[in-house]
Design a protein around this ligand. Structure first.
Ligand code: GDP
Length: 534
């Protein structure tokens, strides 16, 4: 049987009920608050506020985390699973800061949809736009939540217009706000003809929901001041005329976003948004892989690593690989093939991230995120299967935009430093290049903040003070081509050649002009700014 929205076969119920998504937003728009309310509705925690409390307890563990706190940014991603009605939601956290965009990009390869949170007074902000562009690269479905409607906010049409114009996506209202600021009373649910009234007295209380028979129903006047009812009728009439109606297929393709209005801190509009995720989700989608796609309904298990987090607890050198299951029904203790090394791996202590706690995962299904503790065998981009040599694709590594050399303050500790750097490279926290000539390493990142985080992590986790310094190079490109040609190229460009942590050849330079020259003088050599993780 075909699912009408996606022309895909109907999935087994355990898989079909899964919704795996991330939240994207500009710092301060309300991502943390919304996450707390998700968990509250999901019944995963008793009281909102616990995510933050737990998060903070975790953060105080290290200076790296302290830095994150001081700067008010969230740089470490994690996953959270909770139930909502008959659905299982898997929420994958994304780092909010643009300096960690590569990490964010890879996180977004593990989800089937993104929730875009915007502040009703501020509209589309710079980070929202950047993160949105990343979602667009994969045509991810996006559901929008316009937050902080309890405060003075912008005109509803203006907000919708701004999203349509700045992000070039159709916007369809799923709800419509009634009144603004102090006069905000709630929303009209356009999808279910319901009036949702906000309770300002109790922030954790589920909104009062009143079934209304359309906008002409006199019940409206009973609950909402007459002037606001008149305005609501006028605006919705205009909205129905000017804005596109909800088209689930278009949402699925990433061309249209439904928007809900609410106030996360007042728990208002959150349940409607969650209903929206359940309904327009979508369910787990096929995963791009070579030599063939992986379909969620396949009975054999396959999954891929999209994130590695090392030293989550500095006392134990543990590493957790975050794996998105792409197909099948996983059970604890399964032996899976680690495709890159061609070695079997017994997955005996996988972790599920239920709410803010870790728990042993006895089983998991396509769409779920599990954590696999390991000693470094699992790297970003790796695929695990029940035997077939499949390789998940589309998990790229980007050429860094900033390069610096790094030295241990104590020169006797060079070997130590190398170990630390290799680990961060494998974790995907930075690019590490070893130049063919000279000693030392060059570290490449996307944003300057990453150097600071690295320096503080190396010191904290390895007890090794380091210095980052300017280098003559500003760009790095991966080199590929016929073997002989590459050897020749490496020989004549010794000063510019380095190897990355996988041993792949990299061309370092200061000038775009150099890159153009190579392309002109060595047509058989390819210089690329991205490489697939493998
Ligand atoms: P994040 O940086 O996106 O994770 O944002 P937070 O969830 O930490 O929220 C940022 C600030 O906005 C906090 O002070 C929240 O209490 C506040 N906030 C979140 N949601 C709302 C809301 O609906 N209304 C109002 N007035 N404030 C909110």
């Amino acid at each position: 049987m075909l699912d009408s929205a996606s022309n895909r076969p109907e999935l087994p119920p355990e898989i079909a009920r899964r919704r795996t998504f991330a939240i994207i937003s500009h710092p301060d728009a309300g991502k943390t608050t919304l996450t707390e309310k998700f968990l509250l509705y999901g019944g995963a925690i008793q009281m909102a506020g616990q995510v933050r409390a737990k998060g903070e307890a975790r953060r105080t563990r290290s200076d790296f985390m302290k830095m994150e706190q001081d700067r008010g940014i969230s740089v470490s991603a994690s996953a959270m699973s909770f139930d909502f009605g008959k659905f299982r939601f898997n929420l994958v956290d994304t780092p909010g800061h643009s300096d960690f965009s590569e990490d964010t990009y890879r996180t977004l390869t593990a989800v089937d949809a993104a929730i875009m949170v915007i502040d009703g007074a501020k509209g589309v902000e710079s980070q929202t736009q950047k993160l949105f562009e990343v979602c667009r690269l994969r045509d991810l479905p996006i559901l929008t939540f316009c937050n902080k409607m309890d405060r003075e906010s912008r005109d509803t049409f203006e907000i919708i217009d701004e999203i349509q114009e700045m992000l070039a996506i159709d916007v369809t209202p799923a709800s419509w706000p009634i009144g603004t600021g102090r006069d905000f009373v709630g929303c009209y649910d356009l999808l279910h003809d319901r009036l949702e009234l906000m309770d300002r007295a109790d922030r954790n209380k589920v909104a009062e929901s009143i079934k209304i028979k359309g906008l002409d129903d006199p019940l409206l006047e009973k609950h909402v001041p007459a002037d606001l009812v008149a305005k609501l009728r006028e605006e919705i009439e205009m909205a129905r005329e000017l804005l596109p109606a909800l088209n689930p297929q278009s949402v699925l393709e990433g061309h249209m976003t439904p928007i809900w209005f609410g106030s996360a801190i007042n728990s208002f509009g959150v349940k409607e948004l969650m209903d929206g995720i359940a309904e327009y989700g979508p369910e787990p989608q096929p995963q791009q892989a070579a030599p063939r796609q992986i379909l969620p309904e396949e009975t054999k298990v396959a999954g891929f690593v999209f994130k590695v987090q090392a030293n989550m607890d500095p006392k134990h050198r543990d590493r957790v690989a975050f794996v998105r299951l792409a197909s099948g029904h996983f059970e604890r203790g399964m032996k899976l093939l680690h495709v890159r090394s061609k070695k079997p791996m017994a997955i005996s202590n996988p972790v599920l991230f239920l709410a803010a706690d870790r728990e042993l995962a006895e089983e998991a299904w396509a769409g779920d995120i599990i954590g696999i503790p390991n000693h470094g065998q699992l790297r970003i981009g790796d695929t695990l299967t029940e035997g077939e040599a499949l390789r998940a694709t589309g998990i790229p590594s980007f050429a860094p935009e900033l390069l610096q050399t790094v030295r241990a303050a104590d020169p006797m500790k060079a070997k130590h430093l190398e170990k630390a750097l290799m680990q961060f490279a494998e974790e995907g926290a930075a690019k590490v290049f070893k130049p063919n000539i000279g000693s030392g390493f060059i570290v490449g990142v996307v944003g300057a903040l990453q150097f600071e985080v690295l320096a503080s992590r190396i010191e904290l986790e390895y007890g090794l003070p380091v210095r980052f310094e300017q280098t003559q190079f500003t760009s790095a490109r991966w080199v590929s081509g016929p073997k002989l040609e590459v050897e020749k190229f490496v020989n004549v460009n010794k000063q510019h050649i380095a190897h990355d942590h996988d041993g792949d050849i990299v061309y370092l330079t200061r000038l775009q002009w150099d890159i153009d020259r190579v392309e002109r003088d060595h047509p058989e050599i390819k210089l690329t700014a991205t490489k697939e993780m493998h």
